[in-house]
Design a protein around this ligand. Structure first.
Ligand code: NAD
Length: 350
């Protein structure tokens, strides 16, 4: 097992390893003592892992209740959120009780936002079961639900009290969903860690999970410690996301988030090489690794279409937009780009 300590407005440990889910109750007891534990999960994950989590909690002396909602992004909305809050109130959860997010990023974001707001704040524990949730969404305290106007438009910064990542749970993911998470893993290599990038280039998709997840979480931990509220360095985690967002939106979400981010990283890398920000060798290496994971590096959408979506992105400010660009593997910069230059920049990377 690997442990990563996160020091933000709330300090907590991230435990990563095989066989951890049956120990959930023991680890949680160290933090919350005996209390009521509400497992929040989705309709795919709960049948697979709900009983193991509940048994572990009951054996450790917790009173366990559960709330299960239909799997998928379309459940990450105000309706499910209010149902969850009413469920907690109907079951008389108090501020000394605890929520457990058992699932991927959808479960984690929704549970975290409910925890941030129920009784003005109740403890919660993240138990990520997708690769994306393990390396990204379960750590750092960004919680949210979607509004009709867009994704993640209603949320709060609210850190969990513990993250417990049982790498065995990733075995039941479809290859497609696992691959989506790989785009985020590659992203950490490009952003911060050439040794991680080189390891991924060697191993491809069969990378050592515990080690690689822990490395990614350490990077996320460092950036959250330096910029918890996303005013500066944390923006770098958006590498590939602004253009990826455009790919996702123009495909009407038929192209998944991970594949869209992979395309976005490839486009900004090629564009950065064309302006001399990085070498062609760097952009070729990035594209090769993305492809070796079975992820795409090209899109049929035009620069104009991608720019339109980029301009509706939250990260825009006035006449400029912040793009994250590679200088070399393991080192990226936040480049404030004039909107007037954006289309030609994207064109250079297509
Ligand atoms: P998800 O939670 O929808 O999970 C993907 C699918 O896999 C779902 O159908 C789910 O039921 C299923 N699943 C989950 N674990 C499984 C397992 N172990 N075995 C079999 N099936 C399993 O999606 P995701 O990709 O994990 O997360 C995406 C969400 O995360 C988005 O809503 C995004 O906005 C959010 N996100 C948040 C942050 C953050 O910092 N808070 C960061 C990145 C993404």
């Amino acid at each position: 097992m690997k442990t990563v300590q996160v020091n933000a407005s709330n300090s907590y440990r991230v435990l990563i390893g095989s066989g951890l889910l049956p120990q959930l109750g023991e680890h949680m007891k160290e933090i919350t003592g005996n209390c009521k534990a509400a497992i929040v999960s989705d309709s795919n994950v709960y049948p697979l892992y709900g009983a193991i989590a509940a048994r572990s909690l009951e054996n450790a002396g917790f009173e366990v209740i559960h709330f299960v909602f239909p799997a998928g992004e379309s459940s990450k909305n105000g309706d499910t959120y209010l149902k969850l809050l009413n469920f907690l109130a109907d079951n008389h959860l108090t501020r000394t009780d605890c929520l457990i997010a058992l699932g991927g990023g959808v479960v984690g974001d929704l549970t975290g936002f409910a925890a941030a707001t129920y009784l003005r704040g109740i403890a919660y524990i993240q138990v990520p079961t997708t690769l994306l949730a393990a390396v990204d969404s379960s750590v750092g305290g960004k919680t949210a639900i979607d509004l009709t106007a867009g994704k993640n438009l209603c949320g709060a910064f609210y850190q969990p009290s513990l993250v417990l990542c049982d790498t065995d749970t990733l075995n039941t993911l479809s290859m497609d969903i696992f691959r989506d998470g790989c785009a985020e893993v590659i992203k950490y290599g490009v952003l911060y860690d050439e040794a991680l990038f080189d390891l991924l280039a060697q191993t491809g998709i069969s990378f050592p999970r515990e080690d690689v997840i822990a490395r990614c979480v350490q990077h996320k931990r460092d950036v959250v410690a330096s910029d918890e509220f996303d005013r500066g360095a944390r923006q770098k985690l958006n590498l590939g996301h602004t253009i990826g967002h455009g790919v996702e939106a123009h495909s009407h979400f038929q192209i998944s988030h991970g594949k869209a981010v992979a395309i976005g990283m490839a486009i900004v890398s090629r564009a950065a090489a064309s302006t001399g920000m990085c070498t062609t060798d760097t952009s070729d290496r990035i594209c090769r690794v993305i492809q070796s994971f079975g992820l795409p590096i090209q899109t049929e959408f035009t620069a104009q279409q991608l720019m339109d979506a980029a301009l509706s992105d939250k990260k825009r400010s006035g006449a400029t937009i912040n793009l994250i660009l590679p200088k070399k593997i393991g080192s990226c910069v936040i480049e404030t780009t004039a909107i007037a230059h954006l289309q030609s920049f994207i064109e250079a990377g297509l």
